[in-house]
Design a protein around this ligand. Structure first.
Ligand SMILES: Cc1cc2nc3c(=O)[nH]c(=O)nc-3n(C[C@H](O)[C@H](O)[C@H](O)COP(=O)(O)OP(=O)(O)OC[C@H]3O[C@@H](n4cnc5c(N)ncnc54)[C@H](O)[C@@H]3O)c2cc1C
Length: 442
């Protein structure tokens, strides 16, 4: 008889860890839940991989960053023993390759069947590979990607070996910038290459980007705006350089690629509705099939604040919140209760060298950047608001305090009216601190 569980979580990342925690809080019985993950470790806080994990001194290592340490504190750091203690079956190094969801069956790579009554799909995203785009020599040794803990362990070794040598990071998004920061603090001569006019184009305006690029420059990181067309390799197929479109090349003892990620939504073709590349779910995170839910990076879900506009959100706070919410949704259904729909305000953060920022809402409409005069080579507090149809719909803040970030998050829920953009610029963070009402919950 194939193993059978009341609840199965497919994927063992951030959302899975938070969902398991919520199951336990809501009275899970031993033997009811299984988590299936192709990784070899229990769920952990993935953002640590491009931050503390690569630190030259006192690096973050498991079990230090197992979920749910970021929202529950050290008492909620759940290593494998926590799962055993609560009777949760952790099936690690187990890859699911498909299944028949109408029969409530999953199929693993080793051809085992696992049955479920309710399934939560939490397969996250996968890093986009240059080999998929057939970039010449992109299969050379010395080209790295970062998505899972096993990748981070390999990358960390390569970084230590590359001390004093040249490395190229491809991609000007947050992964590229965070990895670039990690390389330079490890003494690697780092160049970040991307084709867009400035870094983090999806969030930053040119002025905001200039602050970070200047800061990186001061730490010795070079930025090159260029398209990469291939890699230079030696006779043993080790990478030795990166070829640019203008015919030049950059020397590289190692290359790290951070050019984006795509949702892992390919396991059940034609069985579940797909939208924007993710599994389409409703406000209770239910997919198009009964008893099958999707959470985290792989779910395309309605954002209440934007009139149920469907969005994918590849960010950790959504993974945590949707992991917890889906269990509340399942419990409510079992107890014939009605709960409010999932209500997520887009949010994202990053830490880069000694700078740290948070972004809330949407970066559309007019952008008002404030506080740039405060910025010195050592950093400083500054931010931005985005105003659309007279309402503040987006906010960004570098080097804020907890209270200031809380105020911004409330502000974006309230979307207050503004008419005078000049005054908004002068008021800076004081606008959020005075306008956002303390009662609104983040
Ligand atoms: C290096 C890095 C840094 C990041 N930093 C930030 C940050 O600073 N801020 C931020 O907001 N977000 C950040 N993110 C994004 C954030 O980590 C993700 O949004 C979050 O992890 C998504 O959680 P998830 O549970 O949906 O997916 P994941 O955490 O990716 O977990 C998915 C799990 O499913 C498993 N899986 C996939 N397919 C299968 C299969 N077929 N069979 C079995 N198991 C499978 C995977 O192995 C993995 O364990 C970062 C991501 C990375 C990679």
């Amino acid at each position: 008889m194939p193993p059978s569980f009341k609840y199965v979580i497919l994927g063992g990342g951030v959302a899975a860890g938070y969902a398991a925690w919520e199951f336990v809080l809501s009275g899970l019985r031993p033997g009811e839940l299984a988590i299936i993950s192709k990784e070899q470790v229990a769920p952990y806080e993935r953002p640590a991989l491009s931050k503390g994990y690569l630190n030259p001194e006192g690096p973050a290592r498991l079990p230090g960053f197992h979920t749910c340490v970021n929202m529950g504190g050290p008492a909620e750091r759940h290593g494998p023993e926590w799962y055993a203690q609560h009777g949760i079956t952790l099936m690690l190094q187990t890859e699911v390759i498909g299944g028949d969801l109408s029969k409530k069956e999953l199929l693993t790579k080793s051809k085992d069947i696992i049955k479920f009554e309710k399934l939560i799909i939490a397969t996250g995203s996968t890093a986009m590979k240059l080999t998929d785009f057939k970039v010449p020599n992109s299969d050379a040794r010395g080209i790295y990607y970062l998505r899972e803990e096993a990748d981070a362990a390999i990358l960390d070794k390569a970084v230590k070996k590359a001390k004093g040598k040249n490395a190229v990071v491809l991609g000007g998004g947050y992964i590229g910038l965070e990895i670039g920061a990690a390389l330079v603090i490890n003494g690697v001569q780092t160049t970040i290459v991307f084709p867009e006019p400035h870094c983090l184009r999806r969030v930053f305006t040119p002025e905001i980007a200039a602050v970070y690029q200047t800061h990186y420059d001061g730490k010795g990181v070079k930025f090159i705006q260029a398209a990469v067309v291939g890699f230079v390799v030696d006779n043993s197929l080790n990478v030795t350089g990166v070829k640019l479109k203008d015919g030049s090349s950059l020397p590289a003892a190692m290359v790290v690629v951070g050019v984006g990620a795509r949702p892992c939504s390919y396991l059940f073709p034609k069985q579940l509705a797909i939208e924007q590349g993710g599994y389409k779910v409703n406000g209770r995170l239910e997919t198009s099939l009964p008893d099958v839910y999707a959470v985290g990076d792989v779910a395309t879900f309605p954002i209440k604040l934007y009139g149920n506009e469907m969005q994918l959100q590849g960010h950790v706070r959504h993974a945590r919140m949707s992991g917890k919410y889906v269990v509340q949704s399942i419990r409510a259904q079992e107890e014939c209760r009605v709960i409010d729909d999932y209500d997520y305000v887009p949010y994202f953060y990053s830490r880069m060298l000694d700078m740290r920022w948070q972004f809330f809402g949407k970066n559309v409409g007019d952008c008002v950047v404030w506080g740039l005069a405060n910025v010195t080579p050592a950093g400083g507090k500054f931010g931005a608001y985005w105003v659309m149809d007279g309402k503040v719909v987006g906010a960004f803040l570098e080097s804020g305090s907890t209270d200031e970030y809380e105020a911004l998050s409330r502000l974006i829920r309230e979307q207050p009216q503004v008419t005078d953009l000049k005054k908004l610029e002068e008021d800076g963070i004081c606008f959020a601190l005075t306008v956002a009402s303390p009662q609104v919950v983040r």
